[in-house]
Write a protein that binds this ligand. Structure first.
Ligand SMILES: NC(=O)c1ccc[n+]([C@@H]2O[C@H](COP(=O)([O-])OP(=O)(O)OC[C@H]3O[C@@H](n4cnc5c(N)ncnc54)[C@H](OP(=O)(O)O)[C@@H]3O)[C@@H](O)[C@H]2O)c1
Length: 334
């Protein structure tokens, strides 16, 4: 692992917990691409966790559906040889896990209570530090959800609650937090929305909501699933070794003229600070008001080492502003 990176701790919003300034995401552990290839196998997964650990990283993000449970299992195996108390582990529940069984989806009481025990078992731990709702469940009343989640906190199975939701749900998170406040229950204190230089829908009311509640903001896909690393070009499109070439949605979502214009500005700033586009894109996010700690993803140890070094990069206000403005449109001056 690179000797120079030593990740620092930062407050996890208004909770009493500290998080590493860059969290590590394990979405791709055991994940099959559309072509049927496993993106990250068990050995590589453990090498990546070792590399993150060696850089001082202590915050691991997973979900019970990642790799059909393999992500949690492999993290659990890795943690078994270590002092679990040194690490902060976040997981998520929501997506349907049994065909034909609508109760195995969402945040209804039956599903939440069933899923928490299964995920703790895979992780080999008595509690998760943060439990996220992976998406908003419109079929379960907010009161039922918050009361059930509060019970998990009271039982000591969960320490903090998180919402991994999107902009249109800002008012729903606020409503759930108001119910919790009224009842004296645990509110959502951590948010995990998609946020990066080209995906900016979280700006505006969602970030105002998180700020108002003192919630931590831990952005996912901080590199636009690899788009912001400089490995795709206008001319060549999808090239090189990448899971994106095995995804039917990536090209349409990311390889757009507007996004390549943003990438031009990213390349310019990256040159100025003598960093890679990936490092510069992560540094921009870390400099954004209201952002706590991006969740870095990586398929290889080399990618991870490159990304973690973003913590060492300083951008001037002028550089941050130029990158912010590159997207244009209504978000440019937020
Ligand atoms: N809450 C949610 O709904 C949600 C959704 C998505 C993700 N997440 C969390 O956020 C984490 C990060 O998301 P993400 O994987 O989409 O993050 P990302 O950083 O936007 O993309 C990571 C991917 O980009 C490529 N990449 C990363 N660094 C690179 C580098 N330095 N050079 C070249 N390519 C590089 C790699 O894929 P290739 O090499 O294959 O191109 C890597 O797997 C996940 O692991 C998960 O924990 C949460």
């Amino acid at each position: 692992m690179s000797d120079s990176v030593d990740l620092e701790f930062v407050p996890l919003g208004d909770t009493g917990l500290q998080t590493s300034e860059l969290q590590f995401g394990t979405w791709r552990f055991g994940k099959e691409t559309e072509a049927g290839n496993v993106e990250i196998g068990e050995e590589r997964a453990h090498e990546l966790l070792d590399a993150y650990d060696a850089a001082g990283g202590r915050y691991i993000d997973t979900a019970d559906v990642y790799g059909g449970g393999k992500s949690e299992e492999w993290i659990g195996d890795w943690l078994a040889d270590r002092d679990r108390e040194r690490y902060t582990v976040a997981s998520k529940i929501y997506w349907q896990i049994r065909d034909g069984d609508p109760n195995s989806r969402g945040t209804n009481r039956k599903n939440v209570r069933d899923r928490i025990d299964a995920l703790l078992d895979r992780l080999g731990t008595d509690y998760v530090d943060v439990l996220y709702i992976h998406r908003w469940d419109d079929e379960t009343p907010a009161r039922e959800m918050m009361k059930t989640l509060n019970g998990l906190v009271e039982d000591g199975k969960v320490h903090y609650l998180g919402a991994s939701t999107h902009r249109p749900n800002a008012w729903k998170v606020a409503k759930a937090n108001e119910i919790a406040r009224r009842e004296g229950w645990e509110p959502f204190t951590v948010a995990q929305p998609r946020y990066n230089l080209v995906d900016r829908e979280v700006e505006g009311d969602y970030l105002e909501m998180t700020r108002s509640y003192g919630m931590a903001v831990c952005p996912w896909s901080p590199l636009g699933q690899g788009f912001l690393t400089g490995k795709y070009t206008r001319e060549d499109g999808l090239t090189g070794e990448s899971r994106a070439s095995e995804s039917s949605r990536f090209e349409e979502a990311y390889l757009t003229a507007e996004n390549f214009d943003v990438h031009d500005e990213l390349d310019a700033v990256a040159d100025e600070v003598d960093a890679s586009p990936a490092q510069t894109a992560l540094a921009w996010l870390m400099h954004r008001d209201g952002v706590t700690a991006p969740i870095v993803g990586a398929r290889t140890v080399e990618q991870l080492e490159e990304n973690l070094a973003a913590a060492e990069i300083d951008l001037t206000d002028e550089q941050v502003d130029r990158l912010t403005a590159a997207k244009g449109g209504p978000y440019a001056d937020i």
